[in-house]
Design a protein around this ligand. Structure first.
Ligand code: GAP
Length: 517
C-alpha cells in the first residue's frame, strides 16, 4: 500500500515536471482541488475528449452533440432536485479544525476491515501455495470471520442511516462514527461536531444588485443542459427514438473532501450522453450501454483485469438501475464513469416546473409519451488520471540504468513524433525542420536539438512520445533516418518518404475507433 502511495506521489510530481498538470494559481500556492493543464496535459486531454466524442457522435448515426451554457435558469436546479438534495453530510473535528465527509469516514472504516481480511488471505496464500482454497479459508479462519462480522454489521448500519425515511439519518451517522472509534487522521481525537448537510453547488449572482440580481448556480453536472434542450434537438434534428445527445463541458462542485490530485476536483470536466428511449426498453438499453462503454475503456489496452462494474445497491428514487465503471488506480478500484437508467424523472420534472409539454410523438404507435433515459457520464479528469497511472513506469534497463517512461496509447499521446538533428550543423537542423514541415499537418511533431540524443530520448519517453527520428550525416546522403520506438527502444533505418505511412495509422484516433466496430 505504502509503495502504491509512493508511486502515486511520483505520478503527481511527474505531471507537474513535464507540463501535464499544475496546481491552479501556482504562484499563489495553489487553490484547493483546482488544477490547470499544461502544454502536454492539454493535448492528452483533448485527445481523450476526441476519442469519446467521435465514438459517440461519429460512430452512432442517432447521437448528436450540443454545447450548452454553464449558467442555466435557476429553476433548472430546483426541478432537477439539486437545490434540495445535492448534499454531502459533513463533520468537523474540533481539535484539528478539519472537515470531513461523514459517509467517507465510515466507508474508509469499512475498507479497513476489508484490508485486514485481504491481508490474512494473502498471508495464507503464500503459506499454502497451490493447495490454498480461498472459499474454505474465508469460511473458517477466526480472524477473517471476526473482521467479516464487523464489516457486515457496519455495512448494515450504514445502509440504514443512508436510506432512512426522510433522507439521511445524520444523528445515526455520528453515532456510528463514535461507536466505531473513528479518529481524525490529523489530531488523532474523537472530538467531533454533529453531522450537517452541505449543498455542493457554487452560487453566484447574475445582474447588478440595483435591478434585483438573481442567484444562479455553476452547473454541478452537464446533463441538465441536455435535458432542457431535448425538445430543441428532437424537433430541429427531426430525431426519432431511440436517439442520444452528447456533451462535453465543465462542471463545478464544492467538494468537502477534495483529495487525490485530479480525482476529486471542485472544477472538472464531464463527458455525458443522454440516450432517449421508449419506456419499457430501458433495461435492455442499460445492458447495451454497459457493454459499449466497457469496450470503449478496454479498447485502450490497459488489461480487462483493471476494470470492474460496481452495481449500486442504493438507487436514487428516480433510477431503476445504476452502475459504475471502476478502474484500478494506485489507491484502489475507483469510479471513472457512471451509467444510470434515470427513467423519465428529469424530463417530467422540467415539464412540471416549466409548464411546457416535453414529450415524444411515436409515429409507429400514434401515442405521445415522456421518453426514458439512459445516461453515460464520465469525468475527463478521472480518465486522464487513470491513463497517467497506468502508463507511468520507472523501468530498469539491461545496462543498469533506469528510465521513466509513459506508455500512453499512441493515439492519445500529446506528441506523436520528435525529430532530432544529430548535431546543430551541416544542414541537419534544416533537414529535421523539413521533415516536420511535411508531417505537422498529419500529427503533432516536435523539434528538439538540445543535449545529446540519449537525453532527448529520455525527455520524449517522459512525455509518452511514441516515435523519435534522428537526422544524421547519412540522412543528408540518402534521405533515410533512424526511427526509434518508445516502448521497445528499437531503432531502425527508414526512408523519410515512408515515415508518414509507418506512423500515421498508429497514432490516429481513427485507429482506436476502428477497433470499436
Ligand atoms: N450526470 C450524472 C453525474 O454527474 P456523477 O456520478 O456525479 O454523475 C459522473 O458524476 C462522473 O463525473 C464521475 O464518474 C466522475 O468521473 C466525474 N466526477 C464527478 N465528480 C467529480 C469531481 N469532483 N472531480 C472529478 N471528477 C468528478
Amino acid at each position: 500500500m505504502a509503495q502504491q502511495e509512493d508511486v502515486f506521489k511520483k505520478i503527481v510530481s511527474h505531471c507537474k515536471e513535464y507540463g501535464f498538470v499544475f496546481p491552479s494559481s501556482d504562484i499563489y500556492d495553489g487553490l484547493g482541488a483546482v488544477y490547470d493543464y499544461g502544454q502536454n496535459g492539454v493535448e492528452l486531454k483533448n485527445n481523450i475528449k476526441q476519442y469519446w466524442w467521435q465514438s459517440m457522435v461519429l460512430l452512432h448515426e442517432n447521437i448528436v452533440g450540443i454545447d450548452a451554457a454553464i449558467f442555466m435558469h435557476p429553476t433548472t436546479w430546483k426541478a432537477s432536485g439539486h437545490v434540495d438534495a445535492f448534499n454531502d453530510p459533513l463533520i468537523d473535528n474540533r481539535d484539528s479544525k478539519k472537515r470531513y465527509r461523514a459517509d467517507v469516514l465510515i466507508e474508509e472504516q469499512m475498507a479497513k476491515y476489508e484490508d485486514k481480511i485481504q491481508k490474512e488471505i494473502e498471508k495464507a496464500q503464500k503459506r499454502f501455495g497451490d493447495a490454498f482454497d480461498e472459499a474454505q479459508f474465508r469460511a473458517t479462519n477466526a480472524r477473517v470471520l471476526e473482521n467479516q462480522e464487523k464489516y457486515d454489521a457496519l455495512h448494515k448500519r450504514f445502509q440504514e442511516v443512508m436510506n432512512a425515511e426522510g433522507g439521511i439519518d445524520l444523528e445515526g451517522m455520528k453515532q456510528i462514527i463514535l461507536d466505531e472509534g473513528i479518529v481524525c487522521p490529523i489530531s488523532g481525537t474523537r472530538n467531533w461536531t454533529d453531522v450537517r448537510q452541505f449543498n455542493l453547488m457554487f452560487k453566484t449572482e447574475m445582474g447588478s444588485t440595483a435591478d434585483g440580481a438573481s442567484t444562479i448556480y455553476l452547473r454541478p453536472e452537464t446533463a441538465q443542459g441536455i435535458f432542457v434542450n431535448y425538445l430543441n434537438v428532437q424537433k430541429t434534428g427531426r430525431m426519432k427514438l431511440p436517439f442520444g445527445i452528447a456533451q462535453i463541458g465543465k462542471a463545478f462542485r464544492n467538494e468537502i473532501v477534495a483529495r487525490q490530485f485530479i480525482f476529486r476536483m471542485r472544477e472538472f470536466e464531464q463527458m455525458e450522453m443522454q440516450f432517449f428511449i421508449k419506456p419499457g426498453t430501458e433495461l435492455d438499453w442499460f445492458a447495451k450501454w454497459k457493454e459499449t462503454r466497457m469496450k470503449w475503456h478496454q479498447n485502450l489496452g490497459f488489461g480487462a483485469e483493471n476494470y470492474r462494474f460496481h452495481d449500486h445497491d442504493k438507487l436514487a428514487h428516480y433510477a431503476n438501475a445504476a452502475t459504475d465503471i471502476e478502474f484500478h488506480m494506485p489507491f484502489g478500484f475507483k469510479e471513472v464513469e457512471g451509467i444510470h437508467s434515470r427513467t423519465n424523472f428529469d424530463l417530467s420534472q422540467h415539464a412540471k416546473y416549466s409548464g411546457k409539454k416535453i414529450e415524444y410523438f411515436d409515429p409507429e404507435t400514434n401515442e405521445s409519451y415522456t421518453p426514458y433515459v439512459i445516461e453515460t457520464s464520465i469525468g475527463v479528469d478521472r480518465m486522464f488520471l487513470s491513463i497517467m497511472c497506468h502508463s507511468y513506469e520507472e523501468q530498469q534497463l539491461p545496462d543498469g540504468q533506469t528510465r521513466t517512461v509513459l506508455h500512453l496509447p499512441a493515439a492519445l499521446a500529446p506528441v506523436k513524433l520528435a525529430v532530432f538533428p544529430l548535431t546543430k550543423k551541416d544542414g541537419m537542423p534544416e533537414k529535421a525542420q523539413e521533415i516536420i514541415n511535411d508531417l505537422r499537418f498529419h500529427f503533432n511533431c516536435k523539434y528538439e536539438e538540445k543535449d545529446q540524443i540519449g537525453k532527448r530520448y529520455r525527455r520524449m519517453d517522459a512525455i509518452g512520445c511514441p516515435y523519435c527520428v534522428t537526422v544524421d550525416q547519412q540522412t543528408l546522403e540518402d534521405n533515410t533516418v533512424t526511427l526509434r520506438d518508445r516502448d521497445t527502444m528499437e531503432q531502425r533505418r527508414v526512408a523519410i518518404s515512408d515515415l508518414r505511412g509507418i506512423i500515421e495509422d498508429k497514432v490516429s484516433i481513427t485507429s482506436l475507433l476502428k477497433k470499436l466496430l
